[in-house]
Write a protein that binds this ligand. Structure first.
Ligand code: C5J
Length: 233
């Protein structure tokens, strides 16, 4: 069953059976104080606005049976998957792997590396651990999408101009059609948020489409008006 979302630069049509909601890096290390995002000098409070609309999209996606995939950026404890060029960024006393208030910064298995409680994955939802900014690089993401017959991605999460952009660009080059939900993506820089979204839809949708979450929710074929009410809060 196909659905159409009013979007920039033109309507985005998708088949729910071959579409996944992708939630990029909604981790404590990026969203909450004391994590990697803050060690790089960012005001993490700017990302808080993403959480309520994204939670509504996540709950609706679950209610209609859409495939949901979460990603987490981070590294193995011995940092063997972290290139020096990445490791050497930011305040030398608070780099990836350094101890922080939420455990070692951006290290798999640490509290800060995990996804915020509001958007915690369900046991049957796929979580892709990625060492880079893009979701395809160094992961099984592409194989998992192929195994599920997914051809369209509805992309959300943080940050818009880094991991969301990199993932959408990687996906576009691999033939996926990507809709980015404007209010469900966030940046530490308001101007990057605005321009980052504009870049996706510019030039006739050079690597994707952009729409607000309300437009996507209206297009989802919710089986009954009560579908959302049935989701436990
Ligand atoms: C960054 C990300 N910004 N998830 N990661 O380093 O966008």
């Amino acid at each position: 069953m196909t659905s159409t979302v009013p979007a920039e630069p033109y309507p985005f049509t998708f088949d729910q059976a071959s579409t996944a909601l992708v939630i990029i890096d909604m981790q404590r290390d990026f969203v909450e104080p004391g994590g990697f995002g803050e060690t790089l000098g960012n005001d993490v409070s700017l990302l808080a606005a993403v959480v309520p609309p994204l939670r509504t999209v996540l709950e609706t996606a679950r209610a209609v049976g859409l495939t949901v995939i979460h990603t987490r950026e981070g590294h193995v404890p011995d940092l063997s998957d972290c290139p020096p060029a990445k490791l050497n960024r930011g305040d030398p006393t608070k780099r990836i792997g350094s101890p922080g208030p939420k455990g070692r910064i951006l290290i798999r298995g640490e509290y800060g590396h995990d996804i915020i409680d509001e958007l915690a994955p369900l046991p049957d939802e796929l979580v892709i651990d990625k060492p880079g900014k893009g979701s395809f690089h160094g992961t099984t993401f592409g194989a998992e999408l192929a195994a599920r017959g997914i051809t369209s991605l509805v992309v959300t999460g943080v940050t818009t101009e880094v991991c969301v952009h990199t993932t959408v660009r990687e996906a576009n080059d691999r033939g996926y059609e990507c809709l980015v939900l404007s209010d469900c993506t966030g940046s530490y820089f308001p101007e990057f948020q605005r321009v980052g979204l504009a870049m996706i839809a510019a030039q006739g949708g050079i690597f994707g489409w952009v729409a607000p979450s309300a437009a996507f929710l209206a297009a989802l074929n919710v089986e009954s008006e009560t579908a959302l009410e049935e989701v436990p809060s």
